[in-house]
Write a protein that binds this ligand. Structure first.
Ligand code: SAH
Ligand code: SF4
Ligand code: F3S
Length: 471
C-alpha cells in the first residue's frame, strides 16, 4: 500500500523528472479476457485524456468497453478534486456501485484521478471503503496492469498513490473519443500554486514534454486523419520553462501549426505567461484557432493578490485589449470564482466591471470551495453562502447576456465548422464547432462528419447556433 502525503505533494526540488517508456508486459495481455470495463470520468480535459489512455491500456489487456455500468466486470471512476461538489458526486456514485458489488462480488471496482491524490480521501478510502479493489493516482496510470494483476492474486484492496513531483510517461496508448479531434499533452503538473487550487498537489511539478515527442504525436495524428489537436496543460503558456532549452509556447504553437494540421487549439492559458510572441503566432497562422480561454478568477486586485494570481485587473485588461487588437475575431472565454475569502461587495463589483469591459464569449463561474491543504482554505471567510449564491446568479446573468450578444454577431455569417457527430437532441442534425469554439447544429448528411464545412448561421441562441451548409 502506498498512501499520498500532502507535504510530499507540495515539494518542488531541482530533481529532473524521469521519462519512462510505457510498455505492456506479455503476462498482462490476457488478464481482461472475456471481461468488460466501464469508466466514468469527472473533471477537466486532463482527466478526459487520462481516461483515453486508461481505456487503451485496458484494451491491450483484452478488456472490452461497455457503456452500461451495471454489466461491467471492471468499474473505474476517474475523479476530480477541484471543488467539494466533485467529492460528493463521486461518493454518491461509489454508494451506488457498492450495491452492485453486493449482488456481484466478483466485479472489480476502482478509483483513480485527482481525488485519490488527496491525503484525506485516501485515508477515508482505507478506513471506510476497504471493499474497493484498486486505487491508483495520476502519477502511475502506467502501473494499472500490475495493480490489477496484484488485486486479482490477493483479492484485497490495492491502494497505490504516490505523492511525487512526477515523471513523464511516453508512449502510452490512447483510445481517443473522437476520430477527428485529439488532446495532446504538452506538459503535466503545475507550479503556480494559486492559493485556492488543489491541482499542483494532485498533479505534481510542472513537467514539459520534449518538442520532438509532441510534434511527432501531432504528425502521427495527421496520418491517422485527425483534423484538430488541442495542446493540453494546466498552464500551457509556461511550456518549456522547466526544460533547459530556448524554446517556449509560442515556438511550440508555431511548429505545431507548421505541421499542417487543419486546426490547432491550446488550453489553458494563464494570463501571467501570455507573451506578445504568442499573440503574433495565433494571428499569423490561419490554422491556429482564434479562441483563447483566459481565466480571470477575480476582477479585484486585492482578491487577485490573495489568490496568488500574479497579475492585476489592469494588466489583465491590457492583455485582453492587445489580443483583441491584433486578432479582432478572437473569441475569449474565462473562469471566475466568486466568494473567495475576504471578497466584499466592492471586490465583486470589480469583477462585474471586468466582465463589462471584456464582454466574454462565455465563462465558467464557481463559488469558492475550500480545499484542504491549500492556503486559501485557512483564510478567514465571513461571507455567507447565501450572499455568495446571489453573487453567482448575478454574475451568471451578466455572462449569459454577453454570451448571447457574442452569438448574435454570427447571425447570417458564413463560418467554418468541423462537423463531429450527430446532434445530441436531433439525430437528423450534425454538430460541430466553429474556429471560435461556438457550438453549431447543422442539417447535413452523415457523410460530412469529420469535414470542415462552410456554414451559414440561420438562428442564434445563448449557448448554440443553427446553420445550413453553403455549397
Ligand atoms: N489551470 C487553469 C485552471 C484549472 S482549474 C488556470 O489556471 O486557469 C479550472 C477552474 O476551476 C479554475 O480556473 C478556477 O476558476 C476553478 N477553481 C479552481 N480551484 C477552485 C476552488 N478551490 N474553488 C472554486 N473554483 C475553483
Ligand atoms: Fe490551479 Fe493556478 Fe495551476 Fe491553474 S495555474 S492549475 S488555477 S494552481
Ligand atoms: Fe479536477 Fe484534477 Fe482536472 S482536480 S480539474 S481533474 S487536474
Amino acid at each position: 500500500m502506498q498512501m499520498p502525503n500532502l507535504l510530499e505533494a507540495k515539494k518542488r526540488t531541482k530533481i529532473e523528472p524521469k521519462t519512462i517508456d510505457y510498455n505492456l508486459k506479455e503476462e498482462y495481455k490476457s488478464l481482461g479476457k472475456n471481461k468488460t470495463y466501464y469508466i466514468k470520468t469527472y473533471g477537466c480535459q486532463m482527466n478526459e485524456h487520462d481516461t483515453e489512455n486508461i481505456k487503451a491500456i485496458l484494451e491491450q489487456m483484452s478488456f472490452k468497453e461497455t457503456d452500461i455500468m451495471e454489466n461491467a466486470d471492471l468499474i473505474l471512476l476517474n475523479t476530480c478534486a477541484i471543488r467539494e461538489n466533485a467529492h460528493n458526486k463521486v461518493f454518491g456514485m461509489v454508494g451506488r456501485i457498492k450495491h452492485l458489488k453486493e449482488s456481484r462480488p466478483n466485479i472489480i471496482v476502482g478509483m483513480c484521478g485527482c481525488m485519490v491524490q488527496e491525503e484525506v480521501i485516501a485515508e477515508e478510502i482505507k478506513n471506510k471503503y476497504k471493499w474497493l479493489d484498486i486505487v491508483f493516482g495520476t502519477h502511475n496510470i502506467n502501473e494499472l496492469p500490475q495493480i490489477l494483476a496484484k488485486n486479482s492474486k490477493n483479492k484485497s484492496l490495492e491502494l497505490e498513490v504516490y505523492s511525487i513531483e512526477g515523471d513523464i510517461i511516453e508512449n502510452m496508448p490512447a483510445k481517443r473519443d473522437s476520430k477527428y479531434k485529439a488532446w495532446v499533452n504538452i506538459m503535466y503538473g503545475c507550479d503556480k500554486f494559486c492559493t485556492y487550487c488543489i491541482v499542483p498537489y494532485t498533479r505534481g511539478k510542472q513537467r514539459s514534454r520534449t518538442k520532438e515527442n509532441i510534434i511527432n504525436e501531432v504528425k502521427e495524428l495527421i496520418k491517422d486523419g485527425y483534423k484538430e489537436v488541442t495542446l493540453l496543460g494546466q498552464n500551457v503558456n509556461a511550456y518549456g520553462k522547466d526544460l533547459d532549452v530556448n524554446y517556449d509556447m509560442s515556438d511550440l504553437l508555431e511548429e505545431t501549426a507548421q505541421t499542417g494540421i487543419e486546426r490547432v487549439r491550446f488550453i489553458t492559458s494563464h494570463p501571467w505567461d501570455f507573451t506578445d510572441k504568442m499573440i503574433k503566432v495565433i494571428a499569423k497562422y490561419p490554422n491556429v484557432m482564434p479562441y483563447i480561454h483566459l481565466p480571470l478568477q477575480s476582477g479585484s486586485n486585492k482578491i487577485l493578490k490573495l489568490m496568488g494570481r500574479r497579475y492585476t485587473k489592469e494588466e489583465y485588461i491590457t492583455l485582453y485589449n492587445k489580443i483583441k487588437e491584433i486578432i479582432p475575431n478572437c473569441a475569449i472565454t474565462t473562469d471566475i470564482i466568486v466568494g473567495f475569502p475576504g471578497e466584499t461587495e466592492e471586490d465583486f463589483k470589480d469583477t462585474l466591471d471586468v466582465v463589462n469591459t471584456c464582454k466574454y464569449d462565455s465563462a465558467f463561474t464557481f463559488i469558492f470551495s475550500p480545499r484542504e491543504g491549500t492556503p486559501a482554505a485557512k483564510m478567514k471567510d465571513e461571507t455567507s453562502l447565501e450572499i455568495k449564491e446571489q453573487r453567482l446568479y448575478k454574475l451568471n446573468d451578466l455572462i449569459n447576456s454577453y454570451a448571447r450578444k457574442a452569438n448574435e454577431k454570427y447571425q447570417d455569417q458564413i463560418v467554418p465548422v468541423l462537423l463531429e457527430n450527430t446532434s445530441e437532441k436531433n439525430e437528423e442534425m450534425l454538430m460541430g464547432y466553429t474556429d471560435t469554439m461556438k457550438l453549431v447544429n447543422v442539417k447535413a448528411s452523415k457523410e460530412l462528419i469529420g469535414k470542415i464545412v462552410d456554414v451559414k448561421i440561420t438562428n442564434v441562441k445563448t449557448w448554440s447556433m443553427d446553420g445550413e451548409i453553403i455549397n
